[in-house]
Design a protein around this ligand. Structure first.
Ligand SMILES: [Zn+2]
Length: 314
């Protein structure tokens, strides 16, 4: 049925579908309409709720204080930095040895894209979990912003975690990153335009987001964990990211899928009408391992339900 509602990204009005999705994370079960675009396959909330902040209570996971066991212990700092130096393809025998036992601490970070003294901006950083972890691996010029923080949490030369809206920001950064925050933002084109202004000419942009039209959406539909109504306003696809990049002076250089077992384990919970707060004890160890294997397989064929989009200034 043709609803005549236009896709906010590509403008298509023909054959778009409407789905009703329930709020599940907080188990409120309020219902919201989502548009599925027949042309770019994105999903988008039809009307952003006026009281959206009510759906981000103070216990929302992004705002919980991150826990770091050994903190800035100098030996741990040295070992973490060595490990990362190795994964960023710098010569480091200690790091090479550690890499025999330890994985890359930031799977989304690629050699050549970032250096320890690069100026880094994390947009929608919550309480700063990612940049605090990066500081503990040797990065020295980190800024995180989030308009939903109660107050600034850090403001030193090396690390800033600020209550700040993206549109209040100025200056230039070598590396801008959004870890599962872009899908929460209204007006994605305006956001990307502003981010491009904040990037150095050789700067890089990483956007990690859920991906619509992936296997998990096709299988679980409105029970898909990453629809996350009404907090996720836009669920993008490679088509919409390409389109938005083109409109905002950016190049989409690469896409890497990084979905996990969660797309199955958590979506199954919603499908069985169980609350998010239930643990995964309903699944056997083998089922959980199979979920992870299936996620890896989907990532390889570009059908996982989340991805890293790497962009640069045109
Ligand atoms: Zn569209």
């Amino acid at each position: 049925m043709d609803h005549g509602i236009a896709c906010k990204i590509c403008g298509n009005v023909r054959n778009n579908k409407i789905h009703w999705a329930k709020e599940r994370l907080l188990n409120l079960r309020h219902e919201f309409q989502y548009l599925e675009c027949a042309s770019c396959y994105s999903l988008q909330i039809v009307a952003t709720p006026a009281n959206l902040s009510n759906y981000y209570p103070s216990e929302y996971y992004s705002f919980q204080n991150p826990k770091f066991g050994l903190g800035l212990n100098p030996i741990v700092y040295f070992l973490k930095k060595s490990l990362l130096r190795h994964y960023l393809h710098k010569f480091d025998p200690t790091g090479a040895f550690l890499s025999l036992f330890l994985p890359h601490p930031f799977h989304w970070m690629k050699p050549g894209m970032i250096d320890f003294d690069s100026s880094i901006l994390d947009v929608g950083c919550g309480s700063g979990r990612v940049i605090l972890s990066m500081q503990r691996s040797g990065f020295t010029n980190l800024t995180g912003i989030d308009p939903f923080l109660k107050e600034d949490l850090q403001n030193t030369k090396y690390l800033k975690i600020l209550k700040r809206d993206l549109f209040e920001m100025s200056g230039k950064f070598d590396f801008v990153m959004l870890h599962h925050s872009f899908e929460h933002m209204d007006q994605p084109e305006k956001v990307l335009n502003k981010i491009r202004e904040l990037m150095n000419p050789n700067g890089k942009l990483l956007i990690r987001i859920p991906v619509a039209n992936a296997y998990a959406w096709r299988k679980y539909h409105t029970h898909w964990i990453q629809l996350d109504a009404p907090r996720h306003l836009f669920l993008h696809t490679s088509l919409t990211m390409n389109l938005l990049a083109g409109k905002t002076g950016l190049n989409l250089d690469q896409i890497e899928y990084d979905s996990t077992f969660v797309q199955f384990a958590s979506s199954e919970k919603y499908f069985r009408d169980l609350p998010f707060s239930d643990d995964f004890s309903m699944f056997t160890g083998k089922q959980m391992r199979d979920f992870s294997k299936e996620a890896e397989r989907l990532n390889k064929i570009g059908d996982g339900d989340s991805a890293c989009f790497y962009l640069s200034v045109k």
